[in-house]
Write a protein that binds this ligand. Structure first.
Ligand code: N2P
Length: 390
């Protein structure tokens, strides 16, 4: 074979990637090819000019990288929060305002339904609200929430596994878990000397005018469903009819339908027993140690409320800063030490003065999470109207 032919074959071989550069160099020198020519051939291969095609790449196994998260700009000068009453420590807002130079307004509500009705108008002006789990599903279906921008929430990692990726927000796309708790019975030990253990307490005519139940459809009807061994998420017509009968039996004994504000009446002794949440009961107990709390033997509700951003909010960066701020262990610990509820934040729980332990599997047997009633909501709304006006 002529030098010329051999040289051409060698150059083609390196171009096709059949031999590596070292082998090419060895062979080319052996053929007596000049260093200048060798350099030109290798340069052409490395710049890709007529370079050999790489073997076809294996199809990618990794999912495509998510699009980069948006930049939210600087922290706005104001932030508007709408949340349950008595649900944040005294100094949380003031400390945030000082550190972030952001003026916060904090309005309160007493039920998920009250909050959703306001947000649904589209003109509430609120940036952050605090729905319970089932209400997150309701808000998601109504497209009332905005997705979180996670790069602004490094403290999200503090959330305990129990409250991470919940059924109502499996991707952690919308919610920052705030507090969790249970709905049971608060009572005055000095007035009711045999500790109650059943929702039947509210059927006891001897307590007429001294007891209250919550002004909250889910908690109220839910309790009567549990009383008869049913799910507190039932939409079965017969179950609901039985719940209504029990609610109407209790009604003449009730001083009022009232939620969180009943604490003051328990403290003063105007009310001896009230359907209430565990944390609000603890707030009352801090003022009067005669107050205690039980979970009825028939079962009760457990829930976890979350902070979410309202669709179209104006102060998105400030909202993220607030969420990341309350996820700090020491800030979260102070909130839960004040509210008396459990913190879904593992690091905050560890930093609490009196941590509320997470429910055990044994306790969970007697507790049930509230879920969205979906198509059954209308029947519940109707029932609640009948109970309250009947
Ligand atoms: C507010 C307690 C709210 C709990 N004080 C309702 N899930």
């Amino acid at each position: 074979m002529s030098f010329e032919k051999e040289a051409i074959q060698l150059i083609e071989a390196v171009r096709r990637g059949e031999i590596d550069r070292r082998a090419f160099l060895r062979n080319a020198l052996g053929l007596g090819m000049s260093l200048g020519t060798i350099g030109l051939v290798l340069e052409a291969c490395s710049t890709g000019e007529e370079a050999p095609k790489a073997p076809p790449a294996a199809p990618p196994t990794e999912p495509a990288a998510p699009p980069p998260e948006p930049d939210l700009g600087p922290v706005e000068a104001e932030l508007h929060i709408y949340m349950w009453s008595d649900y944040i420590a005294d100094d949380t807002v003031a400390n945030f305002e000082k550190e972030f130079n952001c003026k916060v307004t904090l309005d309160t509500y007493e039920s998920n339904e009250e909050m959703i009705a306001k947000v649904q108008t589209g003109a509430s002006g609120y940036d952050l609200v605090c729905p319970s789990g089932y209400a997150v599903t309701v808000m998601k279906n109504l497209d009332l929430m905005e997705k979180l921008v996670k790069k602004y929430l490094p403290n999200y990692a503090n959330i305990a596994p129990t409250f991470d990726k919940t059924v109502f927000d499996p991707e952690n796309a919308f919610t920052v878990p705030w507090q969790w708790g249970t709905t049971g019975i608060a009572y005055r030990k000095d007035k009711i000397t045999t500790p109650p253990d059943s929702w039947a307490l509210f059927h006891d005519a001897a307590l007429k005018g001294k007891v209250t139940m919550m002004d909250d459809m889910r908690d109220n009807i839910g309790a009567w469903l549990k009383f008869r061994g049913k799910s507190l998420n039932s939409v079965d017509a017969a179950d609901l009819a039985a719940a209504k009968a029990d609610a109407m039996l209790a009604k003449p004994n009730l001083k009022a339908y009232v939620s969180a504000p009943v604490k003051a009446q328990l403290v003063s002794g105007d009310v001896w027993a009230a359907q209430l949440w565990n944390g609000d009961t603890m707030q009352g107990k801090a003022e009067n140690p005669e107050i205690d709390f039980i979970l009825p033997k028939e079962g009760a509700a457990i829930w976890c409320d979350s902070m979410v951003m309202v669709k179209g909010l104006k102060n998105k960066r400030a909202a993220h800063e607030f969420l990341n701020y309350v996820l700090r262990p020491e800030v979260g610990a102070k909130i839960s030490d004040y509210t008396g509820y459990g913190s879904p934040n593992a690091k905050a729980t560890a930093a609490m003065a009196s941590p509320v332990p997470y429910p055990t599997d044994e306790q969970m047997k007697n507790l049930e999470y509230q879920q969205d009633l979906a198509a059954g909501t209308a029947a519940w709304d109707q029932l609640w109207t009948e109970i309250k006006s009947g």
